[in-house]
Structure formats: structure tokens, C-alpha cells
Design a protein around this ligand. Structure first.
Ligand SMILES: Cc1cc2nc3c(=O)[nH]c(=O)nc-3n(C[C@H](O)[C@H](O)[C@H](O)COP(=O)(O)OP(=O)(O)OC[C@H]3O[C@@H](n4cnc5c(N)ncnc54)[C@H](O)[C@@H]3O)c2cc1C
Length: 375
């Protein structure tokens, strides 16, 4: 099975770490991802927090909202194309996931293609192409007429804004990580970003149990709820309300080395992971990470999208990948009528079109990726 995977920067970290350590984990399902599309992200909200913010603080029913967006320091809630409510971002801060405050990646540096809104005019998506596969898909989709592509230098505001947000996230969150370390909660993933000796990381996971995962990650406010630990150790772990926990009858001190090793917050040799990505192409390397080039992209009528978030680039590119046989399906995200996020596996153009749009809540999708890849 050849799959595409859409995720936030932290989910891409989880995926690439799984791929890097797959032989140590004696599992190969993670290699079914042929194409990883990352979304720019400053932060996200747990579903229960978003509901409390919108319904309790602002008295708006989530079922009355048909689009969320974040623009110019505000969370915008739309209904029928009109703004229903503007919420200044500082008011949403108390509801932001604690784990986001120690994440250093804004532009999904480990993706094949990173996509966001900032950097391009309304109606376009900014696409950072990081790998050969990413560039091939973009050019093929352009040639077949699914997307219109312009070089970033032809549009305003350009990469300056992406660089600014990237630096701001990094600086603010490094300061937060230092503060937490002083309180006895070190961010182990940050401490290992420059690590090149994988054996040291494997050694560090030896003899580790769920109690260690709880102490170092979950109770320390570092868990991103990706479900990677559950995906590799589903026989003893489960996700409940976005929190990994032991299945009944399993002791907390039972050795769970693979889950500890797989977790993107126990260690993250991201420099090595990025280098692994583009062995066959020349890349630039600056504040945006390692990449080939940056473009402004929008879906054309040929993609037949009924809705989308910014330029519809993600959905149009995936459509082309699916229709040209590059992938058999994609792991993406959808919502119910109350905006509860659901991870989905889609195999047809109609199913794929229905996944367009942004959910500002985290979607736990690694267990689904494992299930689908193992079919
Ligand atoms: C939590 C979050 C925060 C973001 N923050 C920023 C930001 O600060 N600045 C910025 O420029 N862009 C941000 N983005 C990205 C932006 O909102 C758009 O998703 C992006 O520009 C792609 O738009 P599009 O029209 O090309 O995508 P579309 O064609 O509409 O497709 C969107 C794709 O993303 C998938 N998706 C939606 N929500 C999620 C989710 N929560 N988890 C996994 N997959 C999902 C959908 O299933 C679909 O495949 C954020 C996205 C998310 C989910």
C-alpha cells in the first residue's frame, strides 16, 4: 500500500522518527507513507478546549460554525461566508495544548511538501518543496492542470513572513523549554535534536516502562497525542481522551522499550531525520529548514473542489497523486457536525475532496496509519 499522510509538524516528527528507527522497532508499516504533507502550525487546541472557548466563553454553538481560520492575530469563525465571531488570539492562549509550547517547528521541516497560508495572497497556499518526490508531484499536478503554480518571488508577502513566524515560534518555545527544565521538566526532544549517535538514543530507551513515558512526556505536558506509542504497542496501550494509557491489567512498570523509543518527545534527532530526506537532491538550508524551493499554489477548476482552506493546494495535489496512481489512498482529517476531529483513510476522489479544510484541533492518526498500512 502506497499512502500519503497529512499532518502537523509534530506529527511529521513522529512519522520520521518511526521511519528512522523502524528496524530497532522490528516494524515496517511506517514505510508505506510515500508522500508526507505537513501543515504550517503555530499551535493547536484540544477539542474539549476549543469547545469550551467557543461555546462557553462566546456562547456560539460549534454546529453553527462552518469554517475556522486564523488571520492577523485573530481566530475567525465563519457562517455562510460571513464572519460570525472574531476571537483575539491572546484570548485563546489559555486553551492551547501545553505540548505546543515546547515545539520548535513552524513549517513542518520533515515533510515532502509543507503547506500553509502565510507568505501568499488570499486564495493561494504557500508550498515549501523539500524533497524530490514533493517536486515531482507539484510539477506533474501543474502539468495535468490540477494546480496553478507561481514562484514565491512573484507574489507578496513572500517568505519573509514565514521566516519571521518560524523564528518567533522557535525563540518563544525555547525560552519556555528552559523555564520548564528549571522546574524539573526537561524537554528531552529538544536536548537530542543535534544527536547523531542513534545507538545512544536506543540505549536510553532500554528498560523503560509506561511509568517513564508518563513522567517524561505525558504528565510533563510534552505529549502531542499523536498515538505513536499506541501504534507500536497497541496490545498494551490505548488512547483515551487524547491521552495514552495502559490497558487494564498491565503493570505500569512493565518494560515498554519500543513505545518509549518511538515517542517523538523522548528524543528527536531531527537534524539527522532532515538529512535522510533529500539524499538525491540539492537543497537550501536556512530558517525554513532544508528545502528545494517555495511556491504559491492554488487548485484549479479541474480539481473540482467544493470547499478548501487557503488555496486548496493540499487537496488538489493529493487528488492528482491518487488519480495518477502515485498513492492508493491518504490519511487525512475530517470533522463531525460539532467539529470533533476524526482521522480518516480515504481512497476515492470524492472521499478526498470531503477532507479539505483546516481543523484547529489535534487529530490522533498514528494508530489508523498502522491499521491501514498493515492491511
Ligand atoms: C492546527 C493547525 C494550525 C495551523 N496554523 C497555521 C499557521 O499558523 N499559519 C499558516 O500559514 N497555516 C497554518 N495552518 C495551515 C492552514 O490552516 C492550511 O491547512 C494550509 O494552508 C493548507 O491549506 P489548503 O487550502 O492548501 O488545504 P486544503 O486543500 O483545504 O486541505 C487541508 C488538508 O489538511 C488536513 N487537515 C486539516 N486539519 C488537520 C489537522 N488538524 N490535522 C491533520 N490534518 C489536517 C485535511 O484533512 C486536508 O487534507 C494550520 C493548520 C492546522 C491544522
Amino acid at each position: 500500500m502506497k499512502l500519503a499522510y497529512v499532518g502537523l509538524p509534530c506529527q511529521l516528527q513522529a512519522l520520521r522518527k518511526l521511519q528512522l528507527f523502524s528496524s530497532e522497532m522490528e516494524q515496517s508499516w511506517m514505510h508505506s507513507v510515500e508522500l508526507a504533507i505537513g501543515l504550517f502550525c503555530r499551535e493547536n487546541w484540544a477539542y474539549t478546549c476549543l469547545r469550551a472557548l467557543v461555546e462557553d466563553d462566546y456562547g456560539i454553538k460549534l454546529s453553527d460554525v462552518d469554517k475556522f481560520d486564523i488571520k492577523k492575530g485573530k481566530m475567525l469563525l465563519y457562517r455562510g461566508g460571513e464572519v460570525l465571531q472574531e476571537i483575539p488570539l491572546p484570548e485563546t492562549k489559555p486553551y492551547v495544548r501545553a505540548a505546543c509550547e515546547v515545539c520548535l517547528d513552524f513549517s513542518a521541516e520533515l515533510a515532502d511538501l509543507s503547506v500553509g497560508a502565510v507568505g501568499t495572497p488570499p486564495g493561494y497556499s504557500t508550498v515549501i518543496v523539500r524533497t524530490r518526490q514533493g517536486m515531482e508531484l507539484l510539477r506533474a499536478a501543474e502539468q495535468e492542470g490540477y494546480v496553478e503554480v507561481r514562484h514565491i518571488s512573484e507574489v507578496k508577502p513572500g517568505t519573509k513572513l514565514v521566516v519571521k513566524l518560524t523564528r518567533e515560534k522557535r525563540d518563544e518555545n525555547l525560552a519556555e523549554a528552559e523555564r520548564r527544565a528549571k522546574e524539573g521538566y526537561p524537554a528531552r526532544h529538544i536536548a537530542t535534536m543535534g544527536e547523531r549517535e542513534l545507538s545512544r538514543i536506543v540505549e536510553e530507551s532500554k528498560g523503560r516502562s509506561f511509568n517513564d513515558l508518563e513522567r517524561h512526556v505525558i504528565d510533563a505536558g510534552m505529549c502531542i497525542a499523536c498515538g505513536t506509542c499506541v501504534a507500536v504497542a497497541g496490545d498494551v496501550l490505548e488512547m483515551v481522551e487524547e491521552r495514552p494509557r495502559l490497558k487494564q491489567g498491565v503493570a505500569g512498570d512493565a518494560v515498554l522499550e519500543k513505545a518509549y523509543l518511538a515517542c517523538p518527545r523522548t528524543s528527536l534527532p531531527s537534524m539527522l531525520m532532515a538529512e535522510e530526506l533529500e539524499k538525491e537532491v540539492e537543497v537550501k538550508s536556512d530558517s525554513l529548514g532544508r528545502y528545494i524551493d517555495v511556491f504559491a499554489v492554488r487548485a484549479t477548476e479541474k480539481a473540482q473542489l467544493s470547499h478548501w482552506q487557503d488555496g486548496g493546494a493540499v487537496t488538489a495535489l493529493l487528488l492528482h497523486a491518487l488519480q495518477s496512481g502515485r498513492i492508493d489512498g491518504a490519511i487525512a482529517a475530517m470533522r463531525d457536525e460539532n467539529w470533533r476531529p476524526v482521522p480518516v483513510f480515504v481512497r476515492t476522489p470524492e472521499e478526498l475532496r470531503a477532507t479539505a479544510g483546516t481543523l484547529y484541533c489535534y487529530v490522533t492518526n498514528m494508530p489508523l496509519l498502522r491499521e491501514v498500512s498493515s492491511q
